[in-house]
Ligand binder design. Structure first.
Ligand SMILES: Nc1ncnc2c1ncn2[C@@H]1O[C@H](COP(=O)(O)OP(=O)(O)OP(=O)(O)O)[C@@H](O)[C@H]1O
Length: 335
């Protein structure tokens, strides 16, 4: 549990309470059409959970809702939304600001835009510790050096006077991860953290995240289009489509036995999972519909569509006879 002491209402939490819990969470940017529509989702302490889905499915909206990074006009509603023991449904802007860092911190896609080009890394990292007024400048410096060393930056003390442009993309992403960890968050949200990196750097960052998970015990929410990234570091994965979670389970289970037609179609488009000799990559025809409406949101693109898919919302059901947890939102998965 972090030391966050925002004014958001505290909800009693113990070691086994989820770090993040959402029940029926919806986000509307404007009007009545939700970008995230009734999502149930949780991340347990020390767990690494992936969120995958096409562009526009609501992955980033979900992450931004956790950190209070949505525009002021956005409306967040739900039955339950708890972050690190704090009720986020009643939280105001100041509460979010107090919890950003100690409760949850984020690593963004492009490390080159995560830092100001005008100031040294030492200054920018020190600024993040503004809450810790009880610590001297020397103590903060030691803390920064320790976290830079934790993310594998060689000779970290010498890097404090360097500017962002003096680093490679991979090194700067390590510094961005260090910046997030500096505030000792309970939850680290990584939104496509390797997309802007080459494959060597990507492998290094994924290795680092696996190590961090072992050494720091931080829970990680990993958002990615890249199924290989999810398969490599996550325990559990949620598949999003048109603002809803349509399938969820352990990574081993979902990759071995995808049940939802959308998940199957998504896997069929992944180059690494396609057998050699295929001359054209498969695509999912059609477009992601706007969330809301009746019936299954994937019905218009589904090769297995039935009459009832257009009018009845599919139930969220456990896939039977599996050794590990596995849920799907599809009429065909229902017993
Ligand atoms: N600031 C905003 N104002 C209005 N609508 C938005 C805003 N940000 C996102 N949206 C809409 O919300 C929906 C979900 O977008 P979101 O960025 O969360 O999806 P995503 O799955 O993260 O996509 P990507 O993988 O491309 O980042 C989309 O229809 C998008 O156009």
């Amino acid at each position: 549990m972090s030391a966050a002491t925002g004014a958001a209402t505290s909800i009693s939490a113990d070691a086994v309470s989820p770090v993040l819990e959402m029940k029926g969470l919806s986000v509307c940017y404007s009007g009545l059409v939700p970008a995230v529509a009734g999502v149930d989702f949780k991340v347990n302490p020390g767990e690494v959970v992936g969120v995958i889905g096409e562009s526009g499915s609501g992955k980033s909206t979900l992450a931004h809702a956790v950190l209070g990074l949505l525009p002021k006009s956005a409306n967040v509603t739900g039955e339950r939304f708890v972050l690190d023991g704090h009720d986020m449904l009643t939280a105001g802007r100041d509460d979010y600001a107090a919890l950003r860092g100690p409760a949850a911190a984020m690593v963004f896609q492009n490390p080159m835009t995560a830092f100001s080009p005008l100031h040294t890394l030492g200054r920018q990292l020190t600024d993040l510790l503004w809450r810790d007024r009880h610590q001297s400048a020397a103590e903060k410096r030691e803390r920064i050096i320790a976290v830079l060393s934790q993310v594998g930056l060689p000779d970290p003390a010498s890097k404090l006077d360097a500017y962002p442009f003096q680093f490679s993309g991979g090194m700067l992403q390590r510094v961005a991860i260090a910046a997030a960890l500096l505030m000792r968050p309970s939850l680290l949200i990584a939104d496509e953290p390797t997309t802007a990196l080459d494959v060597t750097m990507e492998a290094q960052i994924l290795h680092l995240m696996r190590e961090l998970r072992k050494t720091s015990g931080v829970a990680i929410l990993m958002i990615s289009h890249h199924l290989g990234v999810i398969a490599e570091i996550c325990d559990r994965v949620a598949v999003m489509y048109a603002g809803r979670v349509v399938e969820e389970g352990t990574v081993r289970e979902i990759f071995a036995n995808p049940r939802h037609p959308y998940t199957r179609a998504l896997f069929a488009c992944e180059p690494a999972l396609i057998e050699s000799g295929v001359s054209r990559l498969p695509v999912i025809l059609g477009e992601v519909p706007r969330p809301g409406g009746c019936g299954c949101s994937f019905a218009g693109r589904c090769s297995l569509v039935e009459e009832r898919c257009h009018c009845d919302s599919p139930p969220w059901v456990g896939v039977a006879d599996r050794a590990e947890p596995h849920f799907s939102r599809c009429h065909r998965s229902a017993p």
